[in-house]
Design a protein around this ligand. Structure first.
Ligand code: NAP
Length: 675
């Protein structure tokens, strides 16, 4: 009997009622599972996420949530073989599954590590610097990100059932938002297996992840302005969902990742015989065949100098002809099947539209020889290379996405024409350029950059380590303008911020500083008996301040420092040369000398809880210091972040003043302090 897939709702696994859709093996065409979410109470699922998952996540800091993600990634990694075993029936080869499974797990690891290293051990995030809003400094502004109080609803495409879910889940959980995930029906069994592993691990708090295997029913009817939707799929579905009255009425943020007619441009310099020409052929062939071309980032439009068209067609055809197509379980197979027979039907229909404007130069959309499987029962399709002789006149070739191993070659006459063609995609996830000429790269990046989410400039210098045209990286943004949906995912901590509300706070420095656990200039300074360097991390109070004695900076000091360091820049050494200088009244102290003197003034030398100075942030020299000036320093604890079981990072707000108490330099000093 065929198994019915389960949804995970309100803390239990439940089967759907009523009629079910069939999910079939892409390789054999056999029905593998039934998919239905009939009978699920969507409003109750949202309530469960809001009342259980949200509060549990929001009670944690970024570091605690990052720890959850790390454990989750470790757990999935330990059980990934289960997922690999199931993935073949999506049509994916082992290499394709690696992108989906380990690419997804790697994304969770990346967010875990970024959360620990780049975010504070708090549930909120300060955004930017304090804005001075008043003459006397008693009223200031500060932006901060705080968690949204809703649910992240994610609707995923069929092509990467695991990566697609995890790349949305990781930043949402790190931001403190519970998730309700819905996989595409055709590959839902693989997403279900991944969710089972996550739920069984008991790592996430109850309500942090729920799963709808089937239709979302009336879910959208219950969304509020605190919720958000992350959608990956076709432009048609996206447009329908985005226009839902509830989304419009409640201004529910809707992040869409949809169709994309990505291009790759061969630079005019990359002629046959250059390393770049070979790289181009390899990259285009790989993009066409990896995951049988079912990658949102795959190269669909191949833009080449008209003089190189024939050479590119010949080289690409030769390479594509070597691609062994077959049962993805076979080690010899380089390209598996499309995800479903429906998908192949769609791709064939799209190829027909493209062929009205482009001729077929490689492959046969209707028949194929396949290793170890039935080419008709399974959703196999040959790589298809089309060539449009007059691409400027084309419409479909820039608009119809055949979501399979299909690409159209388009000759261009000059670089401006290449840019025009690139931008005819009307917004793509990624565009690449293969060139060794930086002028070509500059021209294309500024000519086509605004139409692309990401641009790769590939040449011999970076090829060996390049992650390639088609790989979205967790560190870099994924999403493109216009046709690609206008969404933005990933991009490191930016992705976490997308799941939070940025709020502008106004008030007194003391009030806002206390709320955000960060000392702001103008708030009271706390003086304790001993020097702050004598206090362990836990005993240091935010706002705890040390004010130094004064030290006169002499001309001898400046000269000594200049000769000692070798920094004999004329502004410190040559009275004549500095005459008429726009900033300096005469010879002035080195900025670095001031920093060194400041350290000498504030440091408490005896061995103690301060383990190391680990850097400066936001250093500014604001006023020149002439010889004879007596400087003094204020050192205040701005905020603190634990790092591990032994030490934590202390951020100190430092100001150096002259004798008239004018600020001559400001910076933030970072130290590691024993707990
Ligand atoms: P699709 O038909 O639009 O389906 C996408 C998702 O939407 C599926 O989970 C689908 O569920 C769901 N869905 C469909 N109708 C819905 C409705 N009325 N209410 C709620 N959910 C609904 O797209 P697809 O054909 O599966 O995916 C291929 C497309 O995805 C391609 O165009 C590709 O470019 C795009 N894609 C984009 C990216 C990106 O990052 N930009 C990545 C991958 C794919 P069911 O399967 O249950 O219908």
């Amino acid at each position: 009997m065929v198994r019915a897939l389960m949804s995970y709702a309100e803390g239990s696994w439940v089967g759907g009622q009523g009629s079910a859709a069939e999910a079939r093996s892409a390789v054999s065409g056999e029905v593998l599972a039934l998919v239905s979410a009939g009978g699920l109470d969507m409003a109750a699922m949202l309530r469960h996420a809001r009342s259980k998952g949200g509060p549990a996540l929001r009670a944690m800091t970024f570091h605690q949530r990052a720890e959850l993600l790390k454990r989750l990634a470790q757990h999935l990694n330990a059980h990934k073989d289960v997922l690999y075993g199931l993935s073949y029936d999506t049509g994916a080869t082992r290499a394709d599954s690696w992108i989906d499974i380990e690419g997804g797990i790697g994304t969770v690891f990346t967010f875990a590590s970024k959360g620990k290293r780049e975010l504070p051990n708090e549930p909120f995030l300060i955004d930017g610097e304090v804005e001075a809003l008043s003459k006397n400094g008693t009223f200031i502004g500060q932006h901060a990100y705080i968690p949204r109080e809703g649910v992240m609803v994610q609707i995923n495409a069929f092509n990467f059932p695991i990566w697609g879910m995890l790349e949305k889940l990781a930043p949402a959980i790190l931001a403190g938002m519970p998730v309700i995930a819905k996989p595409a029906t055709s590959t839902a069994w693989l997403a279900e297996a991944a969710v089972k592993l996550i739920i069984e691990s008991n790592i996430l708090p109850e309500g942090a992840l729920q799963f709808i295997c089937g239709s979302t029913g009336d879910l959208f009817e219950h969304l509020t302005g605190q919720d958000m939707v992350g959608f990956t799929g076709s432009a048609a579905t996206s447009a329908k969902l985005q226009a839902h009255p509830r989304i419009l009425a409640n201004a529910v943020p809707f992040v869409a990742e949809r169709d994309s007619l990505n291009c790759s441009i061969l630079g005019p310099d990359a002629k046959p015989g250059t390393p770049e020409f070979d790289l181009y052929i390899k990259e285009v062939a790989r993009e066409m065949t990896t995951k049988a071309g079912q990658k949102c980032t795959a190269i669909r439009r191949i833009l080449v100098p008209a003089t190189q068209s024939d050479a590119v067609i010949a080289a690409l055809s030769e390479r594509l002809a070597k691609t062994r197509i077959g049962d993805p379980r076979l080690e010899t197979t380089r390209m598996g099947a499309l995800a479903s027979l429906d998908q192949r039907r769609d791709v064939r229909a799209q190829i027909d539209k493209l062929r009205k404007e482009a001729e077929l130069v490689f492959g046969n959309p209707d028949s194929i020889s396949v290793d170890g499987a039935d080419g008709e029962k399974g959703a196999f399709l040959s790589p298809i290379l089309l060539a449009a002789r007059n691409p400027l006149a084309g419409e479909a070739i820039h608009a119809v996405e055949a979501f399979g191993p299909v690409a159209t070659l388009m000759p261009y006459r000059d670089l401006d024409e290449a840019i025009t063609l690139a931008n005819r995609g009307e917004g793509s996830l990624v565009g690449s350029l293969v060139t060794h000429d930086a002028e070509v790269a500059r021209h294309v990046v500024f000519g086509a950059g605004a139409f692309h989410g990401r641009m790769l400039v590939l040449d011999r210098d970076c090829a060996a380590e390049s992650t390639g045209h088609g790989s979205p990286m967790p560190h870099l943004i994924h999403g493109g303008p216009g046709r690609a949906g206008g969404g933005e995912e990933l991009g490191g901590i930016r992705a976490v911020k997308h799941h939070m509300r940025r709020i502008a706070l106004q008030g007194s420095p003391a009030m806002i500083g206390t709320v955000l656990k960060s000392w702001i200039k103008g708030a009271p300074e706390i003086t304790k008996e001993e020097h702050p360097f004598r206090y362990v991390f836990g005993d240091l109070t935010i706002g705890q301040t040390f004010r130094s004695k004064r030290r006169v900076v002499t001309l001898e000091d400046i000269e000594h420092f200049a000769h000692f360091t070798g920094d004999t820049f004329y502004a410190h050494m040559d009275e004549e040369a500095v005459k008429g200088h726009p900033f300096f009244p005469g010879r002035v102290a080195h900025g670095y000398l001031l920093l060194a003197f400041a350290a000498g003034l504030f440091v408490e030398p005896a061995k103690g809880p301060v383990l190391a100075n680990y850097g400066l942030d936001n250093l500014r020299f604001l006023k020149p210091v002439e010889p004879g000036t007596a400087i003094h320093v204020r050192l205040s604890v701005k905020n603190k972040a634990p790092r591990n079981a032994e030490y934590g990072e202390v951020r100190w707000d430092v100001e150096i003043y002259d004798d008239a108490d004018n600020t001559v330099a400001t910076y933030q000093l970072l130290t590691m302090n024993a707990l």
